[in-house]
Design a protein around this ligand. Structure first.
Ligand SMILES: Cc1cc2nc3c(=O)[nH]c(=O)nc-3n(C[C@H](O)[C@H](O)[C@H](O)COP(=O)(O)OP(=O)(O)OC[C@H]3O[C@@H](n4cnc5c(N)ncnc54)[C@H](O)[C@@H]3O)c2cc1C
Length: 410
């Protein structure tokens, strides 16, 4: 096959290009920035086969007003963005019934299944195998009564294979001594994984791609147009033609595709992290504060907490108030952090109203594929998404129903 171009070198694009190169395809990976930046750089590093409960869940509409009104609430809509958010928000609510949650969870599980093993396979032989570690995913509750293994979230996870345990206050303290004592209980999903440096995972896999013959091009993609049976890619570094193109440009993907007549409800759901490089406080697992909705984890660069869903323009400047809210939440979760240096970051999750990505050939656009919209789960879903796209692009048999990920669903 002639060469394939992958636009966007976040972790989804990197894994896609790598899976294509492993099949012997000549691949070009194009990004305007260094590979592995974007949302893929600063996320919470959770790689959990059973992170499969979508964002819109029963009762969401009751919680949302309180979240929006609270200064440190986990959701914010930038005022200038409100009119563009409302139709998307209403669509998201339509997916919040129990039957939808179960349908979507099953489709998420397909993308997450084996994610730890798939990352380990990609990293094998790179000398950086330790970037993915075994971990529990611990959901910590201040109200012990809410930590129920028979609640909908836990029941959905267990119905799709998760092994979960309930930890009493004492057991939680033993597992994570640096957590605030106010947490009365936790639910832990066992046998999950976590990345100790998500940005580094992207860099290492890009280096592997280059070793396999993949080409990495630094250019801003300005547009796409048909060229015979293939596609013409217009970039800041000139134009080139490609037999097939895969768009993995995260939150910017819909913007690239709109001129081709494809209108997709992709929102930029901005998130923030804080890192304390010097703190002595440690976590052994990924830990979610189920009230503040932040996830904290000890990484190579220090203790990181990531969270917040801020709906706004993908390119609007970061809001320091949101990073400060994540910092306050982390200090409530791990009170012994101390006063050391603090780093902050903002990244943009690409989010569809049903919490599922687009994966596959785009409707009416033969030879043009999409792999974007992974929302809160793109780091962990990247290896499977890349493998699926590599199969689709090379015409290999894909033995699964892909309709849940089709762009035609909108
Ligand atoms: C705070 C936070 C915490 C998170 N925690 C987790 C977690 O614990 N686990 C998890 O699995 N997921 C998590 N996520 C989600 C995850 O980070 C994203 O879903 C994932 O990184 C998306 O990857 P991507 O490759 O699609 O997009 P990105 O990483 O954003 O990459 C898109 C790339 O496309 C490039 N690009 C865009 N437009 C163009 C153009 N026109 N020309 C050239 N290049 C272009 C950009 O420069 C960028 O490099 C989190 C996200 C955030 C923000």
């Amino acid at each position: 096959m002639e060469h394939v171009t992958v636009i966007g070198a976040g972790v989804v694009g990197i894994c896609t290009a790598l899976s294509l190169a492993e099949k012997g395809v000549a691949v070009r990976l194009v990004d305007r920035a260094e590979p592995g930046q974007g949302a893929s750089y600063g996320n919470a590093g959770v790689v959990a086969p059973h992170s499969i409960v979508p964002n819109a869940a029963p009762g969401l509409w009751k919680k949302l007003p309180g979240w929006l009104l609270s200064k440190d609430g986990p959701v914010r809509i930038r005022p200038e963005h409100a009119l563009r958010f409302i139709p998307w928000g209403l669509r998201a609510l339509k997916h919040s019934g129990e039957a939808e949650v179960r349908r979507i969870a099953a489709a998420m599980e397909v993308l997450n299944r084996d994610n730890v093993a798939l990352y380990r396979r990609h990293l094998a032989g790179t000398g950086h195998e330790g970037l993915i570690q075994d971990s529990m995913y611990v959901y910590a509750y201040r109200d012990g009564a809410a930590a129920r293994l028979d609640g909908l979230d836990a029941e959905v996870r267990q119905s799709l294979g998760a092994k979960m345990i309930r930890l009493s206050q004492g057991e939680l303290r033993e597992l994570e001594p640096d957590l605030a004592p106010e947490f009365e209980a936790a639910l832990a999903v066992v046998e999950q994984g976590r990345a100790t440096n998500p940005g580094r995972v992207g860099q290492v896999l890009t280096e592997k791609l280059v070793r396999l013959g993949g080409e990495v091009i630094r250019a801003d993609v300005k547009g796409l147009a048909r060229a015979g049976d293939g596609w013409r890619v217009e970039t800041s570094a000139g134009a080139f033609e490609s037999a097939k193109v895969v768009v993995t440009a995260g939150a910017w993907s819909a913007r690239l595709l709109a001129p081709l007549g494809l209108k997709l409800p992709l929102q930029a759901e901005r998130g923030y992290h804080v890192v304390f490089p010097e703190t002595e406080a440690r976590l052994r697992n990924s830990v979610m504060d189920t009230d503040a909705k932040i996830v904290a984890s000890t990484m190579e660069m220090g203790l990181r907490a990531a969270g917040t869903a801020e709906f706004g323009d993908a390119d609007a400047p970061p809001d320091p108030a949101r990073a400060a809210a994540v910092e306050r939440a982390l200090r409530r979760l791990v009170p012994g952090i101390g006063a050391g240096r603090l780093e902050t970051w903002m990244g943009v999750r690409p989010s569809f109203p049903d919490s599922l990505p687009v994966i596959g050939e785009l409707p009416g656009l033969k030879g043009l594929y999409g792999g974007f919209g992974h929302s809160h789960w793109g780091f962990m879903m990247a290896p499977k998404t890349g493998a699926m796209l590599a199969d689709l692009v090379t015409g290999a048999r894909v033995n699964m129903d892909l309709s849940a990920y089709s762009a035609a669903r909108f």
